[in-house]
Design a binder for this molecule. Sequence first.
Ligand code: SAM
Length: 236
Amino acid sequence: MIDLNLLKTGADSLGVVLDDKALERFDAYAELLVFWNERINLTAITDPEGIVKKHFLDSLALLKYCDIKSDAKMIDVGTGAGFPGLAIKIARPDIDITLMDSTQKKLTVIEDIMKKIDLDANIIHSRAEEAGHDDTLREQYDFATARAVSNLRDLTEYCLPFVTIGGSFISMKGADAKAELADAEHAIEILGGKVIKFDEYELDGCGERAIINISKVSNTPDKYPRPKGKMQKQPL
Ligand code: SAM
């Protein structure tokens, strides 16, 4: 259904090589996304070119700006219909991906897609602020990532607890990234993070994007993440 040449050349320009199997999986993913979107509201982007550029290539840009070593453990918080986590898994099946979302019906769709494209990922139905206190998940990941879930300050509180010291929280943001970063600086420090890289780029005619790499330099204090209401009442 999608233009595989557009996807392949777009991925090439990000330094991501997609083999025939990956292209086949992306094609099936796009079809299933459209199929499920008619039943469950997953995304406003359903045209083939939009899916390639604004979902698949946008997600794969993470691999251009961050060096993810082979077999790394990564958690995608608020994955929705699988962005960026499932797209990254298709391009890099070696990465051990966990897809987390608070909405079960989206995860049911993800499970169906994973089964049909014959890929494995760990799927967790939870709110990040609860899962962040689970010892089997806390400080267990080399990377946490998230796209379009919350402002950077709250998102750092959601995501950094999952990351092991020496790992990174990689936030995928739009045009407001600099202002969000300014608002989040205090939170990042309190939560044990340090911004080590900030990349801004244009997504092939689709607008400005930014990827912020926040390294985990010390343990996140036990009281974080806090419940969402508390985050809102007492922003860090
Ligand atoms: N990351 C996907 C993308 O870029 O297309 C989905 C973005 S969607 C706007 C936000 C997703 O985050 C939703 O699927 C929602 O259920 C999930 N979400 C919001 N707050 C969450 C939380 N505290 N913990 C886990 N998931 C959350």
